[in-house]
Design a protein around this ligand. Structure first.
Ligand SMILES: [Zn+2]
Ligand SMILES: [Zn+2]
Ligand SMILES: [Zn+2]
Ligand SMILES: [Zn+2]
Ligand SMILES: [Zn+2]
Ligand SMILES: [Zn+2]
Length: 267
């Protein structure tokens, strides 16, 4: 329950004491933001039997009708509406609202966390709302500029090159030592600064010296290719020519174009 409370009503969204390291200007904005939400959006649902005059009214969420005497929940900020108790949940995360505490916006009810996020981005690292003008955005998540740090060594990555890994940034050095795949051709790891070609779960440097036909050395980037036991070939005839003695009995695994990707977007 404590976990759910912290999830739905993050204390750092309304109390600066939970936000170490805020500048005075951010503090001021947080206070004003929190006061406005309290004044204009915060409410607590009221549980009770649906009164006679509201017999047959549709549940605000699911639309099924409530009968007189059914258990229902009303919310003073949304007027004469009722919800089934199980329908009284956040419009975004669909979690039942603890203690029926809701925030309303445009006729919808939200948990505190998701109501706040309608107006302010939330830092993926410290889980606090961002009141600065500037924030860093990558793969749909956002960060305080000073919290955009390598997932492994914590070095700040603002203005640096990085690679996104499971939604978090990784510096090039850590990426190379932790995640770089070995190249099928030369055996060296494919670092964050090199282009990578992948095909059927195997990896190559995208450069012509590595991503090329095993027999005739023709570069294969952007060209059709076939593979046999992890080796690349430009054509069926090169694939068959790889080993004259076994050529008669084998077929290639596949034939289509490889996917060539640049693994590291510039920050
Ligand atoms: Zn309902
Ligand atoms: Zn929610
Ligand atoms: Zn942060
Ligand atoms: Zn690092
Ligand atoms: Zn290579
Ligand atoms: Zn070839």
């Amino acid at each position: 329950r404590i976990r759910a409370l912290l999830q739905q009503l993050p204390p750092q969204d309304c109390d600066e004491r939970y936000c170490p390291g805020l500048a005075e200007e951010e503090r001021k904005q947080l206070r004003a933001f929190s006061a406005r939400r309290r004044r204009e959006a915060l409410g607590q649902g009221l549980a009770g039997p649906v009164p006679g005059p509201c017999h047959g009214c549709p549940c605000r969420k699911c639309g099924r009708r409530l009968s007189k005497g059914d258990p229902g929940i009303s919310a003073s900020r949304l007027g004469e509406h009722f919800w089934h108790p199980s329908c009284f949940c956040c419009h975004l995360c669909h979690q039942p609202l603890l203690d029926l505490i809701y925030f309303q916006q445009d006729g919808r009810i939200y948990c505190g966390r998701h109501h706040a996020e309608l107006f302010r981005p939330r830092c993926a690292s410290c889980d606090q709302l961002i009141f600065l003008e500037e924030c860093i955005e990558a793969e749909g998540r956002r960060w305080h500029p000073e919290h955009f740090c390598c997932l492994e060594c914590d070095v700040p990555l603002r203005g640096q090159r990085y690679v996104m890994r499971s939604g978090r940034p990784c510096c090039c050095g850590c990426y190379d030592s932790l995640f770089a795949e070995p190249c099928q051709a030369c055996g060296e790891p494919i670092g964050a600064n090199s282009e990578e070609a992948t095909h059927q779960g195997l990896h190559w440097h995208a450069r012509a010296a590595c991503f090329c036909c095993s027999l005739c050395r023709k570069p294969l980037r952007g060209h059709p290719l076939t593979t046999h036991r992890g080796r690349l070939f430009c054509s069926e005839s090169c694939s068959l020519g790889r080993d004259a003695s076994s050529a008669a009995s084998t077929t290639s695994d596949s034939s289509d174009s490889a996917f060539v990707s640049a693994p590291s977007p510039d920050s």
